[in-house]
Design a binder for this molecule. Structure first.
Ligand code: KG4
Ligand code: ZN
Length: 340
């Protein structure tokens, strides 16, 4: 069978990324330009600044991805791009560039759902992994528990009712003075704290056993910090970080394993920025191990936003002949399973 080479472009938030992937699983290049240093000054992603930064760097990032893969644009089989969900300005930069690039080199265009990309990151390092399997996607904007029935075919079992898991990490990190991005900082500090020091609430949604809610947990951490301040007590940042993290991980693992047991899944994967969290990785590994369920996780570099996961997801669309028109638009609130 002929080898398929896909260029994947990702710009839905604060990473300008491009990659070339062969046959959906072999990464020939994966260039990620993070804007984190710029947004750190503001304590979070500023959409307008993110858009401008993407415009400044997308040409160079794509060129570098082809150079590192030692490929010419004429050798590509398709150009894939994230078209939603995400921030509209940043998405538009990637979509417009991908359309122009595909048109310029006469290659088909493939529009990829960002979450589908995160799930597909698991295929890259686990070549034996194929649907069906269950997947928890935890990122700055999403918390989804999904039954991956086939490539591109999903059943959403649970989702967050309010904040995403990564959003909760970022907000709590800001409150305890760790700054942005909060996830990796809490992960590091929590290692020095006692996860049992403070009992923060674990939210359970009545009637929707696979759904999540993190806003009550976030408020509870803020209340704890306020009451310490009012009593003039010094806050142990490491203990707060560790106790908060334990509460998040407990709920993520509990709901996921409920679904694994109920649907008798024999493989379970995690994906998204929060999937690089060390406590989550080891708790999931343990819970899956106890059940004899195969556990899959991308390496941390493939958990954060990147172009390789987009090219990988696009490969399966390419196999089905599922191409986009040049009228493809950015859809900031695109739902998983929807097609433009
Ligand atoms: O998937 P991602 O790169 O972007 C989105 O699609 O949102 O995820 C970014 C999120 C941020 O909220 C960040 O704080 C969180 O992932 N994150 C982590 C860790 N590394 C990144 N959260 C917990 N522990 C980590 N080690
Ligand atoms: Zn993401």
């Amino acid at each position: 069978m002929k080898d398929i080479y896909i260029l994947g472009i990702e710009s839905s938030c604060d990473e300008t990324a491009a990659a070339v992937v062969k046959n959906g699983r072999e990464v020939l290049s994966n260039v990620i330009l993070s804007q984190i240093d710029t947004h750190t000054i503001y304590g979070g992603v500023v959409p307008e600044i993110a858009s401008r930064k993407h415009i400044e760097s997308i040409v160079q990032v794509v060129r570098e991805a082809l150079d590192r893969a030692k490929m010419q644009s004429s050798e590509l089989d398709a150009v894939a791009v994230t078209y939603g969900p995400g921030l509209v300005g940043p998405l538009l930069v990637g979509v417009s560039y991908a359309k122009a690039y595909a048109y310029g080199c006469g290659k088909p265009l493939i529009g990829v759902h960002h979450i589908e990309g995160h799930i597909a990151a698991n295929y890259i390092e686990h070549r034996e992994l194929e649907p069906p399997f269950m997947c928890l996607i935890v990122s700055g904007g999403h918390t989804h528990l999904v039954n991956v029935k086939d490539y591109g075919e999903f059943e959403i079992l649970g989702r967050t009712m309010d904040d995403a898991a990564g959003e909760a990490y970022d907000k709590v990190a800001r409150a305890i003075g760790l700054g942005y991005p909060g996830g990796p900082k809490i992960d590091a500090v929590a290692g020095e704290g006692d996860p049992g020091a403070i009992l923060f609430p674990r939210a359970h949604i009545e009637g929707d056993e696979y759904d999540f809610s993190f806003s009550g947990l976030k408020s509870s951490v803020l209340n704890y910090l306020n009451s310490c301040e009012m009593r003039g007590e010094k806050v142990n940042t490491a203990d707060v970080a560790a106790s908060f993290q334990e509460a998040v991980v407990d709920v993520l693992v509990e709901n996921s394993m409920k679904a694994v047991d109920r649907f008798k899944a024999d493989r379970f994967a995690i994906a998204g920025g929060v999937a690089s969290n060390s406590a989550l990785r080891s708790a999931m590994e343990k819970a899956c191990g106890e059940r004899g369920v195969g556990f899959y996780k991308p390496s941390p570099l493939l958990c954060t936003d990147n172009g390789a996961m987009i090219a990988c997801a696009a490969y399966f669309d390419h196999m089905k002949g599922d191409f986009a028109e040049l009228t493809l638009n950015a859809i900031p609130n695109l739902r998983l399973g929807d097609r433009s």
